[in-house]
Design a protein around this ligand. Sequence first.
Ligand SMILES: *Cc1c(COP(=O)(O)O)cnc(C)c1O
Length: 260
Amino acid sequence: MAESAPSAAADPRTAELAARLDAVRERISRAAAAAGRADLPRLVVVTKTHPAEDVLRLAALGVTDVGENRDQEARPKAAETAERLGSDAPRWHFIGQLQTNKAKHVVTYAAAVHSVDRVELVDALSRAVVLRREREGADAVADLDCLVQVDVDERADEDRPEGIGPRGGAPLDRVDAVAARLAAAEGLRLRGLMCVAPRGVDPADAFARLAGLGERLRAEHPQADVLSMGMSADLEAAVAAGATHVRIGSDILGARGHVG
Ligand SMILES: *Cc1c(COP(=O)(O)O)cnc(C)c1O
């Protein structure tokens, strides 16, 4: 089923991606070793703004998990990748702000949604999975893995440096309510927490806060053991703080345009 992708030798872009991917994997290994971790976090390669062709190249290089933050962009890329690679296509992680009316699309291609930030979105995702089951059969549609995205920035709006807004996620005092709704929702599985480190604070503090919340969450929901944290600029701090998933875009794919 899998179509052979261009080899690194014949295709300069594949060679570039291979080198950057190796460098990031090396950083992850070094960070894990430095933290005394025996396990390695899962690498989710964030392909937003880059073409489906790059997803195919990454899959040929052994990438099993890719991330996207906009449904309009992710949907056609996931469809094209599925068509070309079949069951060898990578898993899609949805990592961006999500409108409730897009939930019905996202559940058709995403294996996980990292950015669940409110109970209305829990309800929309649950309805969308249930609807798919009614159409396609209960056995054909797996539970959707979901993470609660947490806004770990404790600064009040007026205390943030000029031009720096919140980076998404449920406020700290809403996390329990969103998690409880997720845990009870049909068709969804509460798997853990996600954050984006706020600009202008030490990312280590932000990641420690998420790890602390994760520990509390696991006391009640043992299966919620995922901590999705760390991007190109701060992956070492995230691995040190116990990230189980890191989401890396620009250090593998190169700079993005102004989008995303
Ligand atoms: C874009 C994005 C990433 C990847 O960021 P890089 O700095 O390019 O590594 C990770 N997480 C989220 C939520 C993103 O939107």
